[in-house]
Design a protein around this ligand. Sequence first.
Ligand code: NAP
Length: 250
Amino acid sequence: MLNYQADPELLRNKVILVTGASDGIGKEAAWTYARHGALLVLLGRSQNKLDRLAAMIQHETGVSPVVYALDFLTASPQEYHQLAEQLSSTFHRLDGLLLNAGILGTLGPIEQADPAEWQQVQQVNVTSTLLLIQALLPLLRRSPAAAILFTSSGVGRRGRANWGAYAVSKFATEGLMQVLADELATTHIRVNAINPGATRTAMRAKARPDEDPGCLPTPAALMPVYLYLMGNDGRSVHGQSVDAQPPRNG
Ligand code: NAP
């Protein structure tokens, strides 16, 4: 899967929504899916950044993505349903959902964790994915073959000191993925999680300011796994948590 080479037409005419599409891994995934023929819905909190990305995608592919700004920290369940209604009238169905948006919060020991920030991290990293899935499942059910991809982390599989709210949110993400995968086991909707691994983005720079970003893979290096699990070649994979890069030395 790590060396997967996707057919350039892999995602032709598939409707794919990417959250956190304005930056980092989500931005790269949106570009990559668009280059493989997908019709993109770019979701994030920064209208300006999403508009800029949409213009670049339109320029390169000739196809204009739909841009939808929503702040996962403050959006109500009703706002998620309004998004679903708009997509239903534009596309009628959804073939792919990449749940990628996330925040790190403040790293530090559990003893010192700020309860208000703890809830914010869970809201953006976990509860928003529940609300999106609840709103969008009817659209995903209309697809002949749909894929939901959660975004996990190494600290969501094995706890690590000082990663507090973020690590716990990623454990919850793994749990939500497994429960949903079991519930949808007999449907045509497959559900998996991707662990990107340490990647050269703003979030990683915030988490590890001591690290040389030049030593880390770029988001582009992860895309074989993002393509494989989103496209029909990955249709036999369900309920799995998959690494997007090989284990690092040391
Ligand atoms: P990033 O560069 O910081 O990008 C995060 C994205 O999430 C941005 O598009 C951001 O929007 C969006 N976002 C943040 N808060 C939001 C909110 N309240 N409402 C809506 N959107 C919001 O992070 P990244 O490194 O690409 O991370 C992407 C995913 O991979 C995350 O789930 C992260 O936990 C996971 N991950 C990353 C690494 C790594 O090393 N980079 C490792 C393991 C897992 P703005 O542009 O408006 O800020």
